[in-house]
Design a protein around this ligand. Structure first.
Ligand code: CAA
Ligand code: NAI
Length: 698
């Protein structure tokens, strides 16, 4: 027998410890181990009951995701049969759950006859986040314990609920402080003595109501339609739970398995799996090993309390880190602090935060008008206007204010970190922390390493990202870093498409239908068109060339149409928020085509997607070649978390692998021929296409 399941005897009870570090993934060895141990328990008359627990830090995180797509994942004994084996055992089986019981881990526990969890445990079925449904009876057993409505909410959201909530909903029987083993042993003894076993699949009461009213499933599907747009798995989850309520038990289980098998090999599931692992991979930096010392961040400073500085300040307060925010002008400071308070108040008003939480966060925030107030800060994030001279002046002054060893970070979205670092005598402590707007909401931090940034500075900032509940991606210095640099060609092509025959609403719709939360024009209207205008002016002054350039965006800015904030931009916003087509913009677009002598043509949605996304991917290939991003997965995470690239497509580089690098390359060659050098395929794209390789093979 393998040591994937450790077996001990506690009196007449056989205790099985799932032992597959780090998370007790239910791979083939573990499944076999459970089966064999149950055989042993059944064959041994001296054994009266079984307790299943997890070795190490949790019960089990479910199926071994890295096995998906390999024959091992479906090999016998598969998880559904192990769960049935547990449920049908003649001797009681009790789950002693600590840490996490997720996915197949919870499904294993749901098959047991009793569940004890420790107070700090989280339990749920997060399969939906991997583009699949629970495939080992979760959609059939959970509703039998909680009722259909609660099960639908849990399964379609993937929430890992705390033990107390799980008990309230009915899928945990007992919650105890500390190690649940003792209570589980006691329960096992009680069950063995009573001889009465509650088999979850035999429970009918909780699903009876939905059985009588199958309309609840359509109503629920409608309620999640907006949030789950584009994703297959949430709707498949609903179908599976419906099977629990409308079919006899065994048929419900078979239906669930059929839906699971249909999804597990899908490109959505592969993309979401990729996103799961990529999110963890980005934390690994080859030349900054795991044991690099990390500085403690006990207090923080922020310079500038505008749009970004205010949000960054909130991030520190949300993480419980006292933070001092500095503005040079008292009126600006008051305005900034008021905006922070208003933002918190809005969250309280929506019922998403208590008044006490807001008050305790506000007390962590101190305002100041002199940088001397930052002398004790462990990290200082500069977020003043995007002007190099101003940033240099601030960093020069910080040099004499900040304590030795403090991290000096800049939130610049484009400027050269090396030039900023050179304004100090300690470039090793300087790093970019590029938050995305709104900084208190968006989860991405592009952490930018300069030539001289020390490993300790990098390790500390990557760790800080986690503490702020962000995903930190380490990137190198270039104009726009990874995200905004790749955004350049995407926006550029969107502009050219207007000159050639499209209108903003059509481009936006095609990109929205691809899965982005909004199209490029709606996005620019939200961010403010003046921002891009300033960047384009700087870039054209720094790098004059005679390549094709669309001036429609500039014409729109010249009219003061900066976007939502001015009531109009690429679109009109009569109610301040909802885009409607603008007759003025259409006139400008059509006039521009005429002036350029371009005959407007019908442009398909497919062309829009390819024209906008393939050049973006092409730029990603350049970013990789130059070492600005370490790996394709770093780029994917930047786009998933910073720009709303649809998670079910995995990010731009994974998407390129999905449609085929050669397909992207061939199309780029065609665009190059039609539209000139801006569309020249990147050498790395060409190399991969010609070698029939994927970005994932790098
Ligand atoms: N399979 C394989 N590897 C897994 C895994 C799984 N189910 N869950 C986590 N891991 C790996 C991670 O990739 C990570 O590896 P590295 O250290 O090499 O990066 C390591 O285990 C530790 O994971 P985390 O860093 O995520 O640890 P954490 O403590 O922050 O979080 C957790 C723990 C909440 C369990 C989190 O890992 C998690 O959400 N895991 C996935 C849970 C899940 O989705 N389960 C459903 C699986 S599908 C299923 O079960 C299908 C079915 O019905 C048959
Ligand atoms: P903002 O104009 O809203 O805020 C800048 C603030 O800095 C103002 O409140 C100003 O009073 C203050 N300030 C100026 N000089 C100062 C000084 N000497 N000392 C203290 N405070 C001073 O600008 P925003 O949008 O917050 O941008 C800040 C930085 O963040 C810029 O570098 C920008 O490129 C970057 N960024 C902006 C994003 C956005 O979407 N707005 C996204 C990501 C980065």
């Amino acid at each position: 027998m393998s040591d994937a399941v450790l077996i001990e005897r506690h009196g007449s009870i056989l205790v099985l410890s799932l032992n597959n570090p780090p998370v007790n993934g239910l791979g083939l060895a573990l499944r076999t181990g459970i089966s064999e141990a149950l055989d042993q328990a059944e064959a041994d008359d001296a054994v009266t009951a079984v307790v299943i627990k997890g070795a190490g830090r949790m019960f089990s995180a479910g199926a071994d995701i890295s096995e998906f797509g390999t024959p091992r994942s479906l090999a016998d004994p598969n998880l559904p049969s192990v769960c049935l084996r547990i449920e049908n055992s003649k001797k009681p089986v009790v789950a002693a759950i600590h840490g996490v019981a997720a996915g197949g881990g919870l499904e294993t526990a749901l098959s047991c006859h009793y569940r004890v969890a420790s107070t700090k445990t989280r339990l749920g079925l997060p399969e939906v986040t991997l583009g699949i449904i629970p495939g080992a009876g979760g959609t059939q057993r959970l509703p039998r314990l909680t009722g259909v409505e609660a099960a639908l909410k849990l399964i379609t959201s993937g929430e890992l609920a705390p033990a107390a909530k799980a008990q309230k909903l009915g899928y945990v029987d007992e919650v105890v402080e500390g190690d649940p083993l003792e209570a589980a042993l006691a329960a096992a003894e009680r069950l063995a003595a009573s001889g009465a076993l509650r088999r979850t699949m035999e429970i009918e009461e909780k699903i009876a109501e939905a059985r009588a009213n199958p309309g609840v499933f359509d109503e629920f599907a409608k309620s999640i339609a907006k949030k789950a747009r584009g994703f297959d798995a949430p709707f498949a989850c609903i179908e599976a739970v419906k099977a629990a309520a409308t079919l006899p038990g065994p048929e419900g289980l078979a239906k669930e398995r059929e839906i699971f098998k249909g999804l597990v090999g899908s490109s959505q599931a592969a993309s979401q799996r990729h996103a799961f692992f990529a999110e963890r991979e980005v934390a690994k930096i080859p030349d900054v090993p795991k044991d690099t010392p990390v500085k403690e961040i006990a207090t923080a400073g922020v310079i500038g309390c505008g749009t970004m500085g205010g949000g960054i300040t909130m991030n520190f307060a949300n993480a419980g880190i006292p933070v001092t925010v500095v503005e040079n002008d008292p009126a600006a400071l008051d305005r900034g602090l008021e905006t922070i308070a208003k933002n918190y108040q809005a969250t309280v008003d929506k019922g998403r935060m208590t008044q006490e939480d807001m008050d305790s966060r506000m007390t962590l925030i101190t305002g100041a008008t002199d940088m001397a107030a930052l002398s004790e800060a462990d990290v200082i994030v500069e977020a003043v206007f995007e002007e190099m001279d101003l940033k240099k002046q601030i960093f020069g002054a910080l040099d004499s204010v900040a304590k030795p060893g403090a991290i000096l970070a800049t939130n610049t979205s484009m400027l050269d970190i090396n030039v900023i670092a050179a304004a100090t005598s300690r470039p090793e402590s300087v790093i970019g922390t590029h938050f995305f707007s709104p900084a208190n909401v968006m989860k991405l931090m592009e952490n930018v390493r300069g030539e001289k940034t020390a490993p300790e500075t990098i390790a500390t900032v990557m760790d800080l990202s986690k503490k702020l509940k962000k995903v930190g991606v380490l990137v190198g210095v270039c104009d726009g870093f990874v995200g905004n640099r790749m955004l350049g060609p995407y926006l550029r092509e969107a502009g050219f498409l207007l000159e050639e025959g499209a209108l903003p609403a059509q481009v936006d719709k095609a990109i929205y239908d691809f899965g982005f939360p909004m199209g490029p024009f709606a996005m620019m209207d939200l961010a403010g068109n003046d921002v891009g205008w300033r960047i384009r002016k700087r870039q054209r002054a720094e790098n004059p060339n005679n390549l094709r350039y669309s001036d429609i965006a500039d014409q729109i800015c010249e009219l003061g149409r900066f976007g939502q904030k001015t009531g109009g931009g690429w679109h009109d916003y009569d109610d301040g928020r909802t885009p409607t087509p603008s007759a003025k913009v259409e006139e400008i677009v059509v006039e521009t085509s005429k002036r350029l002598g371009i005959e407007r043509r019908k442009i398909s949605d497919q062309e829009i997607v390819e024209r906008c996304l393939y050049p973006l991917i092409n730029e990603g290939a350049k970013v990789l070649e130059e070492g600005i991003a370490m790996r394709p997965c770093d780029i994917d995470i930047v786009w998933l978390f910073g720009y709303g690239f649809p998670r079910y497509r995995g990010g731009p580089m994974f998407y390129a692998d999905t449609v085929g690098v050669k397909t992207v390359y061939d199309k780029m060659c065609e665009f190059h021929e039609q539209h000139g050098d801006l569309m020249k395929p990147a050498p790395l794209l060409e190399k991969l296409a010609k070698a029939d390789k994927r970005f994932a093979d790098l």
